[in-house]
Design a protein around this ligand. Sequence first.
Ligand code: NAP
Length: 304
Amino acid sequence: MLKNVLITGANVGLGKETAKQLALKEGIEKIYLGCRNKEKAKVAQQDLEESTGKSIFEIILIDVSDLNSVKVAVDSLNGPIEALVMNAGGPRGVNFNDKTKDGVTQIFAVNLLGHVVLAEELIKSKKLNKVALYAGSEAARGIRIMGVKRPNLKSSSVDEFASIANGEFFGNITDPMIPYGSIKYMGAMWMASIARKHPDIRFVTMSPGATSGTDAMNTLSPLKRLILKTCFLMLSLIGNSHALSVGAKRFVDCLWDESYKTGVFYASKSGTSGPVVDQGTIFDDLNNKTFQDNAYEAIHRFIN
Ligand SMILES: NC(=O)c1ccc[n+]([C@@H]2O[C@H](COP(=O)([O-])OP(=O)(O)OC[C@H]3O[C@@H](n4cnc5c(N)ncnc54)[C@H](OP(=O)(O)O)[C@@H]3O)[C@@H](O)[C@H]2O)c1
């Protein structure tokens, strides 16, 4: 049972649906909606209050691409939280490859760097005490039908992981799906590494699976949107995608059920929907502690 939880990117899509499902769980007293836009957050808060009949949602302003905003958000929390859902992100936006002032690409900052700082600042200030969930993706192991290749790392060295963070690994690209899978892979490796450093907290990477009804595609250029929508249509035709409620339930189950083990990356057994399994039973590199620690170290090169 969990009393309170902070969810990033909680104003739409999987984050908002997760907030809704959690609100209906026994024992939940407070859900912090971690959002970067106050107006959008207020609309989501009102909507969630109406749909659940509960007034337990509190807005925390947080832009995970801005490390200062992340630190301010942690300071603004009055007491500790029991659960953190690192959900903000996705292969979003037309400026995904621009660099932030920390030297990483926007897509890396949103999907990983900001969440690393968020989790680590919470731990440092003793404000996270039970479970941290990172939104993973089957893209981390490649999705053939979408033309997403499995990350092609040559050495999994610290330098190689750092080149994923600053975008040099990919060169001059226009498709956010190219770095997306490698970043989610690196996120799962960081989670496995930090899980060993903090055995008192459960760190689980969970992919929601191919989930329709989210906002991600609306942030892309018209051409990319068309391509991704076509891919999703193909996935749904072969039964390889599911509704928002199903994707979010994977997150909720993982938070609630302690048999989801720390340090493990769970995703669909095959394809992008259906039962989830420990991906380390399929891809042995995920279990390599040196690779995991190299990912951890590479990320910390960009944190002062
Ligand atoms: N949908 C899928 O099929 C799928 C599959 C595998 C994994 N995932 C993962 O699941 C997570 C949620 O995806 P989704 O499909 O629900 O996406 P979504 O509907 O596009 O929602 C993304 C959320 O992230 C927020 N966000 C973006 N940049 C942010 C920033 N800098 N700071 C704070 N919040 C920020 C967005 O806020 P704004 O509204 O302000 O932009 C929005 O609330 C992502 O991590 C994604 O990679 C999704």
